[in-house]
Ligand binder design. Structure first.
Ligand code: F6R
Length: 263
C-alpha cells in the first residue's frame, strides 16, 4: 500500500488524480474501465481529471464507468440518485459518455429481483474486462462503497441496509433523515478488491479514526476499509487532518519519496 500524506485537500486531489492516470496507463487497454465513487472526497480528484483532459493529457471518451453503489428505491431521475450524481459530478466534468456509465439497479418488484440484478452487475464488470482503477472514499465508520461494518471481506455486489450513521451523514442531501433511503445496492468488498488498482482519497479530521483503523488496524470486517491491506496496488491519499491518527507516519513519508509519480 502506498500512503501519501499532503498538506491540503487540493494537493491530495492532484496526487490522487495522478495515481488514477498512472493506474490507467499501467493497467488499462483500449477501453479503460474506471470505478467511480460518489461523495465529497473525490470531487477535487474529478476536477483534476477534467483539467488533465483539457490539457490533452487524458481522454475519457472511450472509458467505461462502473459506480460503486446506488440507493434502493430512488427514481433514476432523482437528483440524489447516484446515477444523476455521477452524471453531474463525473460524466459532465471529465467527459465520460453517459451511455458508458453503469450504475447498480436499485429497482425491483422484490428483494430477489434486486439481488439478481446485483449479481448481473458483478458479471457486467467482468464482461467489461474488470475495473482498471477504482476510485474510493471512506465513511467515518470505515465503510467502502456501502459495505458497512460487518460486511464480508469477500462479498459481491448485493443489497445492503445502510448504517444509521451513513444515513445521518447523507441526510444533508435530502429533505430530512426520513427521506434518506434505508437500503442500497453496493459493489461487495470482494468486487472492489478485483480492481487492478485502488485509489482512496480521504480528507478532514472526521476520517482520521477510520483511516487509522483501515491502514494500521487489524484486517477486520469491523473496518471494511481494512481490505486495502489485501490489495497489491492500493494508493491512499490523505490530507494532514485525515492522517492525524496514523502512528507509522515517518515510514509513509520516506516511502512516498521513492514514488515515481510525484507532482
Ligand atoms: C460513495 C461511497 C461511500 C463514500 C463515503 C465517503 O459512492 O460509496 O463509501 O465514499 O461515504 O463519503 P464522503 O466522500 O462524502 O465523505
Amino acid at each position: 500500500m502506498e500512503v501519501l500524506i499532503v498538506d491540503t485537500p487540493e494537493a491530495a486531489a492532484a496526487f490522487a488524480a495522478e495515481a488514477v492516470l498512472d493506474g490507467l496507463r499501467k493497467h488499462a487497454g483500449e477501453n479503460p474501465v474506471l470505478g467511480l465513487a460518489t461523495g465529497s472526497s473525490p470531487l477535487g480528484l474529478y476536477a483534476e481529471l477534467a483539467a488533465a483532459a483539457q490539457r490533452g493529457e487524458a481522454d475519457f471518451s472511450d472509458t467505461v464507468g462502473f459506480a460503486l453503489d446506488e440507493y434502493v428505491g430512488l427514481e433514476d431521475t432523482h437528483e440524489q440518485s447516484y446515477r444523476q450524481t455521477l452524471i453531474r459530478e463525473v460524466c459532465d466534468v471529465i467527459g465520460l459518455p453517459v451511455e458508458n456509465l453503469n450504475v447498480p439497479n436499485g429497482h425491483g418488484e422484490s428483494v430477489e429481483q434486486i439481488a439478481a440484478q446485483a449479481t448481473a452487475y458483478d458479471e457486467a464488470i467482468k464482461a467489461a474486462g474488470g475495473v482498471d482503477v477504482q476510485i474510493l472514499g471512506i465513511g467515518a465508520n470505515g465503510h467502502l462503497g456501502f459495505n458497512e461494518p460487518a460486511s464480508s471481506l469477500r462479498s459481491r455486489t448485493r443489497i445492503k441496509r445502510l448504517a444509521a450513521q451513513t444515513r445521518e451523514d447523507n441526510a444533508r442531501f435530502f429533505d430530512g433523515l426520513d427521506r434518506v433511503p434505508t437500503h442500497c445496492v453496493t459493489q461487495g468488498l470482494g468486487t472492489v478488491q478485483d480492481a487492478r488498482r485502488l485509489v482512496l482519497i480521504a480528507l478532514g479530521s472526521n476520517k482520521a479514526e477510520a483511516i487509522a483503523a483501515a491502514i494500521e488496524g487489524p484486517l477486520s470486517a469491523s473496518c471494511p476499509g481494512s481490505v486495502l491491506q489485501l490489495h497489491p496496488d492500493a494508493v491512499v491519499v490523505l490530507d494532514e487532518a485525515a492522517a492525524a491518527g496514523l502512528k507509522n507516519r515517518g515510514y509513509y513519508d520516506d516511502a512516498a519519496a521513492g514514488l515515481q509519480f510525484g507532482i
